[in-house]
Every structure is written in structure tokens, then in C-alpha cells.
Design a protein. Structure first.
Length: 177
């Protein structure tokens, strides 16, 4: 069952996970402004590729959506838009993202959001053994099996990573068009 540390209080995300019967571990680190997933991975001693960022974006009609991406990769908004059948996708402004999710940017979790939004996950995230994703507060990640993303919140797998050529995780090139 989930390990409960005395200094971590419940968040809407952890309440959602517990209600859903999801087994998760809790990982607290010192939040560093603009430190991102590189900082949390360093402090927790985990591979940044397994730290998954939760990004609130919107389509051309300003409909919000969530994208889950490896910490060491960026989202190709063109590939994402193509994959989900919209004209364009762009990140939401901080204030808009916080209003939709109910979380402070830097502490956004895909679980227990204020507003129900479609969730898309970079397909390769699902191939990892365990992921670390925000638990609803800055400086707080939960460790879960990636299948939880599909089972608990209906995340849809998409290919939307913008693989830099020097990425050790980008795999073989797929330029057979």
C-alpha cells in the first residue's frame, strides 16, 4: 500500500489515487524555481526520462487538454495537433493552466484536476517500468506504474515527442516517409 510520510498532506491528486485504489510511493524534494524535472530527478536519484511532466495546453478553440511527457523531452505541438485531430496546440498561460487544473504551475498533476480535460500521454512513457509524476504540489512526486495513466484517467497514447538528435532515449530514426 502507499507509504504515508508524516510531512506530506493530502492533495486532490493523492485523494484521487487513494479513492481509485492506486498503489503509489511518495517522493518529496526541495522545489527549485525553474529547476524542472532535471532538478527533481537529481534530488531523487532517478532517471529524468522516468520523471513525467504534466503540461496544460489548449487547442485553437482554447479547449484545454493535458499532455504527459518525459522530463528530458519536449512536446512537438505540430505532432500532437496532428495526432489528436486539431489544427493547432499551444501551452496555456500560467493563469489559465492553474484555473483549469486547480494546481499551481510546477505542482500540476493529471489526477484530481478541477476541470475534466482529455489527457494524452507520449506513447513511450507507457513502456517504462515506473514513472514519477507530480502529486499535486511543488516538490512532491508520486511513483506509479505507467498503466495507471490509462486505467485511472483514460490517458490516450500519442506520439508527440520532439526528439533531439543527441537524446539517448530517442531510439532509431524513423524517417521512412
Amino acid at each position: 500500500m502507499a507509504k504515508k510520510s508524516p510531512h506530506v498532506s493530502e492533495t486532490p491528486a493523492t485523494q484521487f489515487l487513494r479513492r481509485s485504489g492506486v498503489d503509489f510511493s511518495e517522493h518529496v524534494y526541495d522545489y527549485v524555481e525553474h529547476g524542472g524535472t532535471a532538478e527533481s530527478a537529481r534530488q531523487l536519484g532517478v532517471d529524468e526520462h522516468a520523471v513525467v511532466k504534466t503540461l496544460v495546453m489548449q487547442d485553437e478553440a482554447a479547449r484545454p487538454l493535458i499532455v504527459l511527457m518525459h522530463g528530458d523531452q519536449k512536446v512537438s505541438t505540430k505532432n500532437l495537433a496532428r495526432a489528436i485531430g486539431v489544427k493547432s496546440v499551444e501551452p496555456c498561460d500560467t493563469e489559465v493552466a492553474e484555473r483549469h487544473s486547480g494546481y499551481q504551475v510546477g505542482g500540476t498533476s493529471p489526477f484530481g484536476t478541477r476541470k475534466a480535460m482529455p489527457v494524452y500521454v507520449e506513447q513511450t512513457v507507457l513502456g517504462l517500468e515506473r514513472i514519477y509524476i507530480n502529486g499535486g504540489r511543488r516538490g512532491y512526486l508520486v511513483g506509479i506504474a505507467p498503466t495507471v495513466l490509462i486505467k485511472a484517467i483514460g490517458a490516450r497514447p500519442v506520439r508527440c515527442a520532439n526528439h533531439p538528435p543527441e537524446s539517448p532515449h530517442s531510439g532509431p530514426s524513423r524517417s521512412s516517409r
